[in-house]
Design a protein around this ligand. Structure first.
Ligand SMILES: Nc1ncnc2c1ncn2[C@@H]1O[C@H](COP(=O)(O)OP(=O)(O)OP(=O)(O)O)[C@@H](O)[C@H]1O
Length: 305
């Protein structure tokens, strides 16, 4: 079942079109990464999913229900985590979550039980300090606990890792992976390595549409380049290797950067052995030899160029 369906969304600000016939769906329990350059329209799309912005055209369904602008009924299915969540700093994490439970209509006992499940999950169990002394990463983890309090069907995270250091980012990404057992995650970011770490499917927003949409593994396969990278001892050896490789018929292109040579070739599994023969015949020492995996960054640059 699709938790979210976005169909033919158009959004203009004045005469300026930001989203143009945007369509995608997010299946239950997946982690969907919405990526795009700054200003691509990620936040605009998320605001429309929560009914805070009116689409110029098209429709959005959350858990099968139509999202209506200005009507937050479908937000009972949604938890929202912004890039920098705001809290009452004088409260402890537990007090804050108790207050959130009360505001959202949960019974006291129910909230208390849920907090006992969530605080260990986000690594804040037993921390009695006030929130104002929390690190950014701790605040973001508390934000995740807050969004999960009401057991949302869809957790929307807008640039949730962008303001964090690498350790804080890893903690949040690990947490979102675990949270996907309980909910479905839609995660917007411009940090492509974060998407590669946790998302199973992605949408690349470019010029108002999804220029790419699908399973990350399938997208990477489609854009797979047949290439190997060989690191030699020094630049002189890499130059020597370059000259010998130019003569081989199965090589499509070859380029050198310092002591490393990157080769695009047909059938790298088979023809790679012939490169090894050259290295051996010419006695060129190898520091490293690897089959190149396509990175999301390369795919991204290929698509939006
Ligand atoms: N209320 C508004 N009025 C006019 N233009 C707007 C409004 N909100 C957003 N825009 C424009 O729409 C475009 C998309 O903005 P949006 O914030 O959705 O992009 P984004 O992909 O989330 O980018 P970022 O990562 O920089 O936040 C931008 O050109 C922005 O200036």
């Amino acid at each position: 079942m699709n938790i979210l369906e976005v169909r033919h969304i158009q959004k203009n600000f004045g005469k300026h079109p930001v989203l143009n016939d945007l369509s995608f769906s997010v299946p239950e329990h997946s982690i969907f990464g919405l990526i795009g350059k700054n200003g691509a329209g990620k936040t605009t799309a998320m605001k429309m999913i929560m009914g805070f912005l009116k689409p110029t055209g098209g429709e959005i369904r959350v858990c099968g229900e139509n999202v209506a602008y200005g009507n937050t009924a479908t937000n009972r299915f949604i938890g929202y985590l912004p890039d920098v969540p705001e809290f009452y700093g004088y409260m402890s994490a537990k007090e804050y979550l108790m207050m959130c439970g009360r505001i959202t209509g949960l019974k006291r006992l129910q909230t208390s039980k849920r907090i006992q499940e969530l605080l260990p999950l986000v690594g804040l169990d037993g921390i009695k300090r006030r929130i104002h002394s929390f690190s950014r990463g701790m605040k973001q983890r508390l934000g995740i606990a807050q969004t999960l309090l009401n057991k949302p069907k869809l957790l929307i995270c807008d640039e949730a890792t962008s303001a964090l250091d690498p350790k804080g980012r890893k903690e949040i990404l690990d947490l979102l992976s675990v949270a996907a057992d309980q909910t479905t995650v839609m995660f917007s970011t411009h940090i492509l390595s974060d998407v590669e770490r946790i998302c199973d499917s992605i949408g690349l927003l470019h010029e108002g549409k999804l220029a790419l949409h699908g399973k990350l593994s399938e997208i990477k396969n489609t854009y797979r380049k047949e290439a190997v990278r060989i690191e030699t001892l020094n630049e002189a050896q890499a130059r020597r290797l370059l000259e010998h490789l130019h003569a081989l018929s199965f090589i499509q292109s070859v380029e050198r950067s310092q002591n490393a040579v990157t080769v695009q070739l047909h059938d790298p599994q088979k023809n790679g052995l012939k490169i090894i023969d050259v290295l051996s015949d010419e006695q060129i020492p190898i520091m490293n030899y690897e089959l190149l995996e396509p990175s999301l960054e390369n795919v991204f640059l290929d698509v939006i160029k």
